[in-house]
Ligand binder design. Structure first.
Ligand code: HAM
Length: 417
Protein backbone atom coordinates (compact mmCIF):
# COMPACT_ATOMS: atom_id res chain seq x y z
CA UNK A 1 0.00 0.00 0.00
CA UNK A 2 1.27 3.47 -0.82
CA UNK A 3 1.19 5.67 2.28
CA UNK A 4 1.52 9.41 2.80
CA UNK A 5 5.13 10.58 3.10
CA UNK A 6 6.55 10.61 6.66
CA UNK A 7 5.83 13.90 8.35
CA UNK A 8 2.87 14.77 6.12
CA UNK A 9 -0.75 14.45 7.14
CA UNK A 10 -4.08 14.10 5.40
CA UNK A 11 -6.66 16.50 6.74
CA UNK A 12 -9.76 14.32 6.70
CA UNK A 13 -13.43 15.33 6.37
CA UNK A 14 -14.10 14.76 10.07
CA UNK A 15 -11.58 17.43 11.09
CA UNK A 16 -11.85 19.93 8.25
CA UNK A 17 -14.52 21.96 10.08
CA UNK A 18 -11.89 22.93 12.66
CA UNK A 19 -9.52 24.14 9.95
CA UNK A 20 -12.28 26.14 8.26
CA UNK A 21 -13.37 27.64 11.56
CA UNK A 22 -9.79 28.68 12.32
CA UNK A 23 -9.17 30.06 8.83
CA UNK A 24 -12.43 32.05 8.95
CA UNK A 25 -11.44 33.50 12.31
CA UNK A 26 -8.08 34.55 10.84
CA UNK A 27 -9.64 36.09 7.73
CA UNK A 28 -12.12 38.03 9.84
CA UNK A 29 -9.37 39.28 12.15
CA UNK A 30 -7.26 40.31 9.18
CA UNK A 31 -10.09 42.30 7.67
CA UNK A 32 -10.61 44.23 10.93
CA UNK A 33 -6.91 45.12 10.92
CA UNK A 34 -7.06 45.86 7.17
CA UNK A 35 -4.56 43.27 5.92
CA UNK A 36 -4.86 41.87 2.37
CA UNK A 37 -4.23 38.25 1.45
CA UNK A 38 -1.21 37.33 -0.66
CA UNK A 39 -0.57 33.94 -2.27
CA UNK A 40 2.83 32.98 -3.61
CA UNK A 41 3.98 29.80 -5.38
CA UNK A 42 4.77 26.67 -3.39
CA UNK A 43 8.34 26.65 -4.75
CA UNK A 44 10.94 29.30 -5.44
CA UNK A 45 14.52 29.52 -6.62
CA UNK A 46 16.69 28.10 -3.83
CA UNK A 47 18.85 31.24 -3.55
CA UNK A 48 15.84 33.22 -2.34
CA UNK A 49 15.76 31.20 0.87
CA UNK A 50 19.50 30.66 1.31
CA UNK A 51 20.08 34.42 1.03
CA UNK A 52 16.91 35.45 2.83
CA UNK A 53 16.88 33.07 5.79
CA UNK A 54 20.68 32.66 6.10
CA UNK A 55 23.07 29.89 5.01
CA UNK A 56 24.03 28.98 8.59
CA UNK A 57 20.48 28.48 9.85
CA UNK A 58 19.15 24.97 10.49
CA UNK A 59 16.37 25.57 7.97
CA UNK A 60 18.75 26.30 5.10
CA UNK A 61 21.61 24.02 6.07
CA UNK A 62 19.60 20.88 6.77
CA UNK A 63 15.86 21.15 6.40
CA UNK A 64 14.97 22.41 2.95
CA UNK A 65 13.36 20.30 0.23
CA UNK A 66 15.68 21.32 -2.55
CA UNK A 67 16.02 19.69 -5.95
CA UNK A 68 17.08 20.48 -9.47
CA UNK A 69 14.19 20.70 -11.90
CA UNK A 70 14.46 19.36 -15.45
CA UNK A 71 16.19 22.55 -16.62
CA UNK A 72 18.81 22.13 -13.87
CA UNK A 73 17.47 25.09 -11.90
CA UNK A 74 17.72 24.55 -8.14
CA UNK A 75 14.28 25.03 -6.64
CA UNK A 76 13.04 24.70 -3.04
CA UNK A 77 9.61 24.05 -1.54
CA UNK A 78 8.99 27.08 0.65
CA UNK A 79 10.11 26.44 4.24
CA UNK A 80 8.61 29.79 5.31
CA UNK A 81 6.93 32.63 3.51
CA UNK A 82 8.54 35.89 4.59
CA UNK A 83 11.24 35.55 1.91
CA UNK A 84 8.59 34.76 -0.72
CA UNK A 85 6.44 37.72 0.28
CA UNK A 86 9.47 40.01 0.12
CA UNK A 87 10.38 38.58 -3.30
CA UNK A 88 6.83 39.32 -4.53
CA UNK A 89 6.94 42.77 -2.91
CA UNK A 90 10.13 43.63 -4.81
CA UNK A 91 9.13 41.95 -8.10
CA UNK A 92 5.78 43.76 -8.33
CA UNK A 93 7.03 47.08 -6.89
CA UNK A 94 4.32 46.91 -4.24
CA UNK A 95 6.13 49.66 -2.33
CA UNK A 96 5.42 52.10 -5.17
CA UNK A 97 1.71 51.30 -5.17
CA UNK A 98 1.31 52.06 -1.48
CA UNK A 99 3.74 53.17 1.20
CA UNK A 100 2.67 50.52 3.70
CA UNK A 101 1.71 47.02 2.55
CA UNK A 102 -0.21 45.02 5.12
CA UNK A 103 -0.33 41.40 3.98
CA UNK A 104 -1.33 37.99 5.31
CA UNK A 105 -1.22 34.40 4.10
CA UNK A 106 -2.40 30.90 4.92
CA UNK A 107 -0.24 28.31 3.24
CA UNK A 108 1.55 24.97 3.51
CA UNK A 109 5.30 25.05 4.27
CA UNK A 110 7.91 22.33 3.99
CA UNK A 111 10.83 21.48 6.26
CA UNK A 112 12.59 18.13 6.48
CA UNK A 113 12.70 17.96 10.26
CA UNK A 114 12.48 14.88 12.45
CA UNK A 115 8.71 14.40 12.79
CA UNK A 116 7.18 14.37 16.26
CA UNK A 117 4.07 15.78 17.94
CA UNK A 118 3.69 19.33 16.60
CA UNK A 119 6.53 18.93 14.12
CA UNK A 120 5.72 17.96 10.55
CA UNK A 121 7.48 18.05 7.22
CA UNK A 122 4.51 19.64 5.51
CA UNK A 123 2.76 21.97 7.92
CA UNK A 124 0.59 25.04 7.56
CA UNK A 125 1.20 28.59 8.65
CA UNK A 126 -0.92 31.64 8.90
CA UNK A 127 1.37 34.62 8.65
CA UNK A 128 1.25 38.39 8.60
CA UNK A 129 3.76 40.86 7.14
CA UNK A 130 3.62 44.68 7.34
CA UNK A 131 6.16 46.16 4.94
CA UNK A 132 7.01 49.87 4.76
CA UNK A 133 7.26 51.31 8.26
CA UNK A 134 9.63 51.27 11.23
CA UNK A 135 6.85 52.28 13.60
CA UNK A 136 7.01 50.25 16.85
CA UNK A 137 3.20 50.23 16.83
CA UNK A 138 3.45 47.66 14.04
CA UNK A 139 5.80 45.44 16.06
CA UNK A 140 3.22 45.56 18.83
CA UNK A 141 0.40 44.96 16.33
CA UNK A 142 1.96 41.63 15.30
CA UNK A 143 2.00 40.43 18.89
CA UNK A 144 -1.51 41.74 19.49
CA UNK A 145 -3.00 40.06 16.40
CA UNK A 146 -1.36 36.74 17.21
CA UNK A 147 -2.41 36.90 20.83
CA UNK A 148 -6.00 37.93 20.02
CA UNK A 149 -6.43 34.97 17.67
CA UNK A 150 -5.11 32.47 20.24
CA UNK A 151 -7.05 34.10 23.06
CA UNK A 152 -10.26 34.11 21.03
CA UNK A 153 -9.88 30.37 20.49
CA UNK A 154 -10.03 30.04 24.26
CA UNK A 155 -6.41 28.96 24.76
CA UNK A 156 -5.21 29.67 28.28
CA UNK A 157 -1.72 28.28 28.72
CA UNK A 158 -0.01 30.97 26.65
CA UNK A 159 3.09 32.98 27.29
CA UNK A 160 4.32 35.79 25.12
CA UNK A 161 8.08 36.10 25.08
CA UNK A 162 9.64 39.19 23.55
CA UNK A 163 13.20 40.28 22.96
CA UNK A 164 15.15 42.79 20.93
CA UNK A 165 18.06 41.87 18.69
CA UNK A 166 18.84 45.54 17.97
CA UNK A 167 20.91 46.39 14.93
CA UNK A 168 23.59 44.19 13.29
CA UNK A 169 26.45 46.35 14.67
CA UNK A 170 25.39 45.61 18.26
CA UNK A 171 24.96 41.98 17.39
CA UNK A 172 28.46 41.70 15.91
CA UNK A 173 29.94 43.37 18.99
CA UNK A 174 27.90 41.03 21.20
CA UNK A 175 28.98 37.89 19.32
CA UNK A 176 32.59 38.68 20.25
CA UNK A 177 31.64 39.11 23.91
CA UNK A 178 29.67 35.84 23.87
CA UNK A 179 32.47 34.03 22.10
CA UNK A 180 34.95 35.30 24.74
CA UNK A 181 32.67 33.97 27.46
CA UNK A 182 32.11 30.60 25.77
CA UNK A 183 35.78 29.97 24.98
CA UNK A 184 36.22 29.11 28.66
CA UNK A 185 33.53 26.43 28.42
CA UNK A 186 34.14 25.22 24.88
CA UNK A 187 35.23 21.71 25.84
CA UNK A 188 32.10 21.22 27.95
CA UNK A 189 29.67 22.22 25.18
CA UNK A 190 27.61 19.59 23.35
CA UNK A 191 28.80 18.61 19.87
CA UNK A 192 25.97 20.60 18.29
CA UNK A 193 26.84 23.70 20.25
CA UNK A 194 30.53 23.30 19.38
CA UNK A 195 29.49 23.48 15.73
CA UNK A 196 27.29 26.47 16.37
CA UNK A 197 30.15 28.19 18.16
CA UNK A 198 31.67 28.86 14.75
CA UNK A 199 28.61 28.88 12.47
CA UNK A 200 25.83 30.61 14.44
CA UNK A 201 26.87 31.28 18.00
CA UNK A 202 23.59 32.89 19.14
CA UNK A 203 21.73 29.65 18.49
CA UNK A 204 23.57 28.00 21.39
CA UNK A 205 20.86 29.67 23.49
CA UNK A 206 18.41 27.27 21.82
CA UNK A 207 20.25 24.12 22.90
CA UNK A 208 18.17 21.61 24.86
CA UNK A 209 21.33 19.99 26.33
CA UNK A 210 21.34 20.34 30.15
CA UNK A 211 25.02 21.22 30.36
CA UNK A 212 24.68 23.85 27.59
CA UNK A 213 21.69 25.35 29.38
CA UNK A 214 23.71 25.68 32.60
CA UNK A 215 26.57 27.35 30.74
CA UNK A 216 24.23 29.75 28.93
CA UNK A 217 22.50 30.76 32.18
CA UNK A 218 25.39 33.02 33.11
CA UNK A 219 26.25 34.14 29.58
CA UNK A 220 26.29 37.87 28.85
CA UNK A 221 23.09 39.05 27.13
CA UNK A 222 22.60 40.84 23.82
CA UNK A 223 20.06 43.22 25.33
CA UNK A 224 22.87 44.72 27.44
CA UNK A 225 24.68 45.72 24.24
CA UNK A 226 21.81 47.48 22.44
CA UNK A 227 22.24 51.05 21.24
CA UNK A 228 19.96 53.84 22.44
CA UNK A 229 17.66 53.83 19.41
CA UNK A 230 17.07 50.12 19.69
CA UNK A 231 16.32 50.39 23.38
CA UNK A 232 13.89 53.22 22.77
CA UNK A 233 12.18 51.25 19.96
CA UNK A 234 11.84 48.26 22.27
CA UNK A 235 10.54 50.46 25.08
CA UNK A 236 7.80 51.84 22.79
CA UNK A 237 6.72 48.33 21.75
CA UNK A 238 6.51 47.32 25.39
CA UNK A 239 4.54 50.37 26.43
CA UNK A 240 1.86 49.71 23.75
CA UNK A 241 1.55 46.11 24.95
CA UNK A 242 1.36 47.21 28.56
CA UNK A 243 -1.34 49.81 27.75
CA UNK A 244 -3.43 47.12 26.09
CA UNK A 245 -2.85 44.75 29.00
CA UNK A 246 -1.17 42.15 26.82
CA UNK A 247 0.70 39.86 29.23
CA UNK A 248 4.30 39.54 27.98
CA UNK A 249 7.63 38.57 29.43
CA UNK A 250 11.02 39.79 28.28
CA UNK A 251 13.08 36.76 27.32
CA UNK A 252 16.63 38.00 26.66
CA UNK A 253 17.68 34.47 25.61
CA UNK A 254 15.09 34.26 22.84
CA UNK A 255 16.93 33.74 19.57
CA UNK A 256 14.97 32.92 16.44
CA UNK A 257 15.93 30.31 13.87
CA UNK A 258 16.11 32.76 10.97
CA UNK A 259 18.86 35.31 10.37
CA UNK A 260 16.85 38.23 9.02
CA UNK A 261 15.67 39.73 12.30
CA UNK A 262 16.53 43.17 13.68
CA UNK A 263 14.98 44.84 16.75
CA UNK A 264 11.86 43.14 18.12
CA UNK A 265 11.49 39.36 18.06
CA UNK A 266 8.79 37.37 19.79
CA UNK A 267 7.26 33.97 20.27
CA UNK A 268 4.01 32.82 21.81
CA UNK A 269 4.52 29.53 23.55
CA UNK A 270 1.88 27.04 24.71
CA UNK A 271 2.18 25.04 27.92
CA UNK A 272 -0.11 22.31 26.62
CA UNK A 273 1.58 20.75 23.58
CA UNK A 274 4.90 19.36 24.79
CA UNK A 275 8.37 20.25 23.62
CA UNK A 276 7.48 21.79 20.25
CA UNK A 277 5.75 24.55 22.14
CA UNK A 278 6.06 27.66 19.92
CA UNK A 279 2.64 28.42 18.46
CA UNK A 280 4.00 31.40 16.59
CA UNK A 281 7.08 33.49 16.12
CA UNK A 282 8.08 36.64 14.37
CA UNK A 283 9.76 39.97 14.50
CA UNK A 284 11.16 42.90 12.59
CA UNK A 285 13.33 42.47 9.50
CA UNK A 286 14.37 45.98 8.45
CA UNK A 287 17.30 44.85 6.27
CA UNK A 288 15.83 41.85 4.45
CA UNK A 289 14.31 43.76 1.55
CA UNK A 290 17.57 45.40 0.55
CA UNK A 291 19.43 42.12 1.13
CA UNK A 292 17.15 40.57 -1.47
CA UNK A 293 17.78 43.39 -3.93
CA UNK A 294 14.93 45.79 -3.19
CA UNK A 295 14.89 49.45 -2.23
CA UNK A 296 15.67 49.58 1.53
CA UNK A 297 12.27 49.14 3.21
CA UNK A 298 11.55 48.04 6.77
CA UNK A 299 9.22 45.18 7.62
CA UNK A 300 7.79 43.23 10.51
CA UNK A 301 5.70 40.07 10.73
CA UNK A 302 4.97 36.72 12.31
CA UNK A 303 3.80 33.25 11.40
CA UNK A 304 1.86 30.70 13.42
CA UNK A 305 1.73 26.94 12.95
CA UNK A 306 -1.87 25.84 12.40
CA UNK A 307 -1.32 22.17 13.38
CA UNK A 308 0.22 23.25 16.68
CA UNK A 309 -2.64 25.65 17.39
CA UNK A 310 -5.23 22.96 16.69
CA UNK A 311 -3.27 20.52 18.86
CA UNK A 312 -3.26 23.04 21.72
CA UNK A 313 -7.03 23.52 21.26
CA UNK A 314 -7.55 19.77 21.42
CA UNK A 315 -5.37 19.34 24.51
CA UNK A 316 -7.02 22.26 26.31
CA UNK A 317 -10.46 21.06 25.16
CA UNK A 318 -11.44 24.41 23.67
CA UNK A 319 -12.90 25.18 20.21
CA UNK A 320 -15.87 22.91 20.80
CA UNK A 321 -17.45 23.28 17.38
CA UNK A 322 -19.40 20.65 15.52
CA UNK A 323 -19.34 19.87 11.81
CA UNK A 324 -22.20 21.52 9.90
CA UNK A 325 -25.43 19.57 10.09
CA UNK A 326 -27.67 19.16 7.08
CA UNK A 327 -31.04 20.91 6.91
CA UNK A 328 -33.13 18.32 5.10
CA UNK A 329 -32.82 14.64 4.31
CA UNK A 330 -35.35 13.42 1.72
CA UNK A 331 -36.63 9.95 2.39
CA UNK A 332 -38.31 8.20 -0.51
CA UNK A 333 -40.73 5.41 0.17
CA UNK A 334 -40.42 3.86 -3.29
CA UNK A 335 -37.13 3.28 -5.11
CA UNK A 336 -38.47 4.40 -8.48
CA UNK A 337 -39.11 7.91 -7.12
CA UNK A 338 -35.39 8.74 -7.39
CA UNK A 339 -35.71 11.04 -10.43
CA UNK A 340 -38.52 12.99 -8.73
CA UNK A 341 -36.61 13.18 -5.44
CA UNK A 342 -33.55 14.35 -7.30
CA UNK A 343 -35.56 17.13 -8.92
CA UNK A 344 -36.99 18.18 -5.54
CA UNK A 345 -33.57 18.15 -3.87
CA UNK A 346 -32.37 20.43 -6.59
CA UNK A 347 -35.17 22.92 -5.82
CA UNK A 348 -34.16 22.89 -2.15
CA UNK A 349 -30.45 23.34 -2.82
CA UNK A 350 -31.23 26.34 -5.02
CA UNK A 351 -32.95 27.84 -1.96
CA UNK A 352 -29.60 27.41 -0.12
CA UNK A 353 -30.94 24.57 1.98
CA UNK A 354 -28.38 21.84 2.69
CA UNK A 355 -30.09 18.74 1.37
CA UNK A 356 -29.19 15.08 1.14
CA UNK A 357 -30.96 12.18 -0.55
CA UNK A 358 -30.40 8.43 -0.74
CA UNK A 359 -28.23 7.28 -3.65
CA UNK A 360 -27.86 3.71 -2.38
CA UNK A 361 -31.43 2.38 -2.64
CA UNK A 362 -31.60 1.97 1.12
CA UNK A 363 -34.70 0.77 2.97
CA UNK A 364 -36.90 3.45 4.55
CA UNK A 365 -35.56 2.48 7.98
CA UNK A 366 -31.96 2.78 6.79
CA UNK A 367 -32.72 6.16 5.21
CA UNK A 368 -34.09 7.34 8.55
CA UNK A 369 -30.94 6.09 10.29
CA UNK A 370 -28.83 7.98 7.78
CA UNK A 371 -30.85 11.17 8.36
CA UNK A 372 -30.11 10.82 12.08
CA UNK A 373 -26.43 10.12 11.50
CA UNK A 374 -26.15 13.27 9.41
CA UNK A 375 -27.94 15.28 12.09
CA UNK A 376 -30.68 16.37 9.65
CA UNK A 377 -32.88 19.08 11.16
CA UNK A 378 -35.85 17.95 9.05
CA UNK A 379 -36.80 15.01 6.89
CA UNK A 380 -39.05 15.29 3.89
CA UNK A 381 -40.94 12.05 3.18
CA UNK A 382 -41.90 11.49 -0.44
CA UNK A 383 -44.11 8.59 -1.55
CA UNK A 384 -47.23 6.60 -0.74
CA UNK A 385 -50.75 8.01 -0.97
CA UNK A 386 -49.60 11.46 0.12
CA UNK A 387 -47.38 11.79 -2.88
CA UNK A 388 -50.11 10.53 -5.23
CA UNK A 389 -52.17 13.48 -3.95
CA UNK A 390 -49.25 15.83 -4.56
CA UNK A 391 -48.44 16.06 -0.87
CA UNK A 392 -45.44 15.24 1.30
CA UNK A 393 -44.60 15.10 4.99
CA UNK A 394 -42.15 17.50 6.63
CA UNK A 395 -40.90 16.10 9.91
CA UNK A 396 -39.07 18.19 12.48
CA UNK A 397 -36.40 15.87 13.88
CA UNK A 398 -35.95 17.72 17.15
CA UNK A 399 -39.60 17.37 18.30
CA UNK A 400 -40.94 14.77 15.82
CA UNK A 401 -43.70 17.19 14.76
CA UNK A 402 -45.07 16.38 11.28
CA UNK A 403 -46.72 18.70 8.74
CA UNK A 404 -48.57 17.63 5.62
CA UNK A 405 -47.63 20.05 2.84
CA UNK A 406 -48.35 20.38 -0.86
CA UNK A 407 -45.48 19.81 -3.30
CA UNK A 408 -45.89 23.42 -4.50
CA UNK A 409 -45.00 24.58 -0.99
CA UNK A 410 -41.53 23.10 -1.38
CA UNK A 411 -40.41 26.30 -3.11
CA UNK A 412 -41.02 28.20 0.13
CA UNK A 413 -40.21 25.48 2.63
CA UNK A 414 -38.26 27.71 5.03
CA UNK A 415 -41.53 29.34 6.10
CA UNK A 416 -42.65 25.94 7.47
CA UNK A 417 -39.51 25.29 9.51
P1 HAM B 1 9.23 30.11 12.42
O1 HAM B 1 9.43 30.36 13.87
O2 HAM B 1 10.24 29.33 11.70
O3 HAM B 1 9.06 31.53 11.77
O4 HAM B 1 7.83 29.40 12.20
C1 HAM B 1 6.64 29.96 12.72
C2 HAM B 1 5.76 28.89 13.33
O5 HAM B 1 5.53 27.84 12.38
C3 HAM B 1 6.36 28.16 14.53
O6 HAM B 1 6.18 28.90 15.70
C4 HAM B 1 5.56 26.89 14.53
O7 HAM B 1 4.30 27.08 15.16
C5 HAM B 1 5.33 26.62 13.05
N1 HAM B 1 6.28 25.60 12.59
C6 HAM B 1 7.55 25.76 12.22
N2 HAM B 1 8.10 24.60 11.84
C7 HAM B 1 7.14 23.66 11.97
C8 HAM B 1 7.08 22.25 11.73
N3 HAM B 1 8.12 21.56 11.25
N4 HAM B 1 5.90 21.61 12.00
C9 HAM B 1 4.84 22.28 12.47
N5 HAM B 1 4.84 23.61 12.70
C10 HAM B 1 5.97 24.30 12.47
C11 HAM B 1 8.85 31.74 10.44
O8 HAM B 1 8.53 30.88 9.67
C12 HAM B 1 8.94 33.20 10.04
N6 HAM B 1 8.67 33.31 8.59
C13 HAM B 1 7.95 34.05 10.83
C14 HAM B 1 7.97 35.49 10.46
C15 HAM B 1 7.13 36.12 9.62
N7 HAM B 1 8.86 36.38 10.86
C16 HAM B 1 8.59 37.55 10.30
N8 HAM B 1 7.54 37.40 9.53
Amino acid sequence: MIKAITGTKDILPDEIHKWLFFENLVREKMSFYNYQEIRTPIFEETTLFSRGIGEATDIVSKEMYTFNDRSEVSVTLKPEMTASVVRAFIEHSLGKKQALNKLFYISPMFRQERPQAGRLRQFHQVGVEAIGSTNPALDAEMIIIAYEILDQLGLKKLSIKINSLGIPESREKYKLILSDYLKKYYEQLSDDSKKRFTTNILRIFDSKDEKDIQIMKDAPLLIEQLDENSLSHFEQVRSILTNLRIPYEIEPRLVRGLDYYTHTTFEIVSGSIGSQSALCGGGRYDLLIEQLGGVPTPGVGFAAGIERILLACENEEVMDIQPNKIDIYIIRLEKELLPKVYELSNQLRIQQITTEIDYLDRSVKAQMREANRLGAKYVVIIGGDEFKNNNFILKNMSNSEEKLLNIAQLTDIKSFF
